[in-house]
Design a protein around this ligand. Structure first.
Ligand SMILES: [Zn+2]
Length: 82
């Protein structure tokens, strides 16, 4: 009787700690438990993959915003000319 409850509890724990896990902020034991759970639990694995994809998109978006040096140079050149 306890096994489904344990599994459900594990899913909750994994999902609560998922962002910390993806950031590498979980302790070694919790990180190992999370990885082991994701290997066996398809819904949590899908959730983890989706979180990873969102994080990657965000990282790319932030990089795009922070990297317009050519634009700054062009604006400075225009101001010098004007
Ligand atoms: Zn799960």
């Amino acid at each position: 009787m306890g096994s489904t409850n344990t599994r459900k509890g594990a899913c909750g724990e994994v999902r609560r700690g998922l962002d910390a896990h993806l950031s590498g902020e979980l302790g070694a034991g919790a990180a190992r438990r999370t990885r082991a759970h994701i290997k066996e639990c398809a819904p949590c694995a899908a959730l983890a993959a989706e979180r990873l994809r969102v994080r990657e998109l965000l990282r790319r978006a932030v990089r795009g915003v922070q990297a317009p040096p050519h634009l700054a140079g062009a604006i400075r050149a225009m101001m010098r000319r004007g």
